[in-house]
Design a binder for this molecule. Structure first.
Ligand code: E4P
Length: 214
């Protein structure tokens, strides 16, 4: 399973890369706005640090605007994946961009039917938002299981990119279901490393070692 970091923060990305845990990056307009820097400059910095796909989202909601933005974003670096929202105009744009060989990550997916349509349109990734589904009392991971099954049934090449991950169990369950990618905030990456028994065990080993040194 590939790990993507869901952030536009360069310090977090650098730390993740140093851990060897970052296979790619996803950004969205909200994450970029938090950084208070120019979008293209952020993307250039990320592409310099990360050897993997970097998702950058369009903000137009019309076909022509999406295509224009997608072309401009794709020019920044070969690793840029254009994020397109799952709306009617978006589907047309996914179809067009995939014919042109531009990689697309279809965002704001909340159902298996949306994922199926995005895959049929030629998406490279679909991004179902598990955390936001959980927030409205719909089990997000159930949708992941449905999408994985459907893509397996028909041998779609589209990758399931589990998004809106809120905690380590989302990652573990996604891995058990065979999802291709999980994109997570830096905090979740840190949480995945930790176990209280590891800390207690290490403290005990070091204390015992001190006795030997005396
Ligand atoms: C990633 O592509 C999504 O934009 C992101 O995972 C959304 O996460 P959130 O629901 O925590 O904002």
């Amino acid at each position: 399973m590939k790990f993507f970091l869901d952030t536009a923060n360069i310090d977090e990305i650098r730390q993740g890369v140093e851990m060897g845990m970052v296979d790619g990056i996803t950004t969205n307009p909200s994450l970029v706005a938090k950084e208070g820097r120019e979008f293209r400059a952020i993307l250039e910095d990320i592409c310099e640090l990360v050897d993997g796909p970097v998702s950058a989202e369009v903000v137009s909601t019309q076909f022509s605007g999406m295509i224009q933005e997608a072309h401009s974003l794709a020019e920044i670096h070969e690793n840029i994946v254009v994020k397109i929202p799952m709306i009617f105009e978006g589907l047309k744009a996914i179809h067009q961009l995939s014919k042109e060989g531009i990689k697309v990550n279809v965002t704001l997916i909340f159902s298996a039917s949306q994922a199926l349509m995005a895959a049929k349109a030629g998406a490279t990734y679909v991004s179902p938002f598990v955390g936001r589904l959980d927030d409205v009392s719909h089990p997000g991971m159930d949708v992941i299981q449905q999408i994985v099954t459907i893509f397996d049934n028909y041998d779609f090449n589209t990758q399931v990119l589990v998004a809106s991950i809120r905690h380590p169990l989302h990652v573990v369950e996604a891995a058990m279901m065979g999802a291709d990618v999980g994109t997570m905030p830096f905090k979740v990456l840190e949480q995945l490393i930790k176990h209280p028994l590891t800390d207690v065990g290490l403290a005990r080993f070091l204390k015992d070692w001190e006795k030997l040194a005396v």
